[in-house]
Design a protein around this ligand. Structure first.
Ligand SMILES: [Fe+2]
Length: 390
């Protein structure tokens, strides 16, 4: 393994990605002990508190556990989180839990994106990222009772230490509320120290607690697209399909049990699920994230400022022209732009461009200044890109 290895490879080392997929992924927890400093640069305690200050109370992403916060005191008069109150609650034994942390921390966002990218590179589709949570837990405390989560979790121990207990031998899919460890034996008990990572498959019952040290940990949730997920997405559209909305006949059901005839019919219906037009449409329009989400890169902003009549541009295809009574609109996969009807010709011209072109080639512009300004707008709105960008 080198420093150029993928993030997932480094995160799992010494376990290989192949072993991870065959033995652990969606199967059982995996604990990896890592060098103490390996998560340095992602988050520390000071940064955690600094970032909390940027949160607005109404965003609802900050909660205190196990005791709910006093909502009046949690908010300052300007609407932002009242940090002294949070610190006070923490000192009295409350865990501070912040969800969607990737929205406020660029390093956390980058880590999450890299991890998702590596998982996709292994050929797995991600249904949706479940977001990153950060837990700050004081000593001798427990934020949550035993439970299972609907996503696979990668837990990065950033500071302090935390003791984890896992129950049962197999995931309990579809039972995220399960909370009775007495029903299942504790099968694994482990303490995470800074630099350690725990992978918890979806549906595995777990809980965590601190002893005489505090704990700062990041939880990155990843929800892989499963066949159950596909069927789950298809079900709402079954209601619009006449084949499925046909009542069962006495030949097909008897005393709430499917007859042989009924079983055959169900098998026939299910075997044709993927070919029903309404269902295909449903799957197509469902926001299944099979595409890589690029890490936001703002370097292009500098290039936009240097744009000239000689800059080569591309249209980000597919781009289409929508014509309404009072305006025209360009609609692309990454953005859109509305304009008055007099811009119809230039919008049509842009929608037709299959190859790169110069800013000076853009039709219907009154002068160079207008061309450059218009091209900048199109880039910033996600409809054009620089021709040398991949
Ligand atoms: Fe959990």
């Amino acid at each position: 393994m080198t420093k150029h290895s993928s993030l997932l490879t480094r995160l799992l080392s010494p376990v290989s990605k192949d072993t991870f997929v065959s033995n652990y992924m969606m199967r059982k927890p995996l604990i990896i002990q890592g060098e103490k400093q390996r998560f340095d640069g992602i988050l520390n305690l000071q940064q955690f508190f600094d970032l909390i200050r940027t949160l607005r109370h109404e965003s609802g992403v900050l909660s205190l556990r196990p005791h709910p916060p006093d909502l009046i005191r949690l908010q300052k008069s300007d609407g932002y989180i009242n940090l002294p109150y949070v610190v006070d609650a923490y000192s009295k034994g409350c865990s501070v839990h912040v969800t969607d942390f990737e929205r406020i921390s660029r390093p956390v966002k980058t880590f999450q994106s890299e991890l998702e990218k590596d998982i996709k590179k292994m050929g797995f589709a991600i249904d949706h990222g479940a977001g990153c949570s950060v837990f700050l837990t004081p000593h001798h405390s427990q934020a949550l009772t035993p439970h299972s989560d609907p996503s696979d979790l990668f837990i990065l121990q950033i500071g302090g230490r935390k003791r984890w207990k896992f129950y049962g031998e197999a995931p309990f899919f579809g039972a995220p509320g399960v909370s009775a460890p007495e029903d299942f034996p504790c099968t694994l008990e482990v303490t995470l120290n800074p630099g350690d990572m725990a992978y918890i498959p979806r549906g595995f019952v777990h809980h965590a607690m601190t002893d005489d040290d505090f704990s700062l940990a990041i939880t990155i949730g990843v929800r892989l697209l499963t066949w159950f997920g596909v069927v789950e997405k298809l079900i709402p559209s079954l209601e619009n399909d006449l084949t499925f909305m046909t009542p069962l006949t006495p030949l097909e059901i008897d005393n709430r049990f499917l007859t042989e005839e009924g079983s055959k019919k169900l098998f026939y219906l299910l075997s044709n699920l993927g070919t029903l037009p309404a269902l295909q449409e449903s799957l197509y329009t469902t926001p299944v994230d099979l595409e890589e989400k690029p890490v936001v890169d703002f370097s292009f902003v500098n290039r936009v400022n240097e744009l000239s009549m000689k800059t080569l541009l591309n249209v980000k295809h597919p781009i289409s022209l929508i014509e309404q009574a009072e305006f025209v609109q360009l609609q692309g996969p990454h953005g859109e732009m509305k304009g008055p009807l007099k811009m119809k010709r230039v919008f049509e011209w842009l929608a037709d461009q299959k190859y790169h072109f110069l800013v000076s080639d853009i039709v219907d512009m009154s002068d160079a200044e207008t061309s450059v300004a218009f091209a900048k707008q199109l880039i910033l709105k996600g409809l054009l890109s620089f021709a040398d960008e991949v």
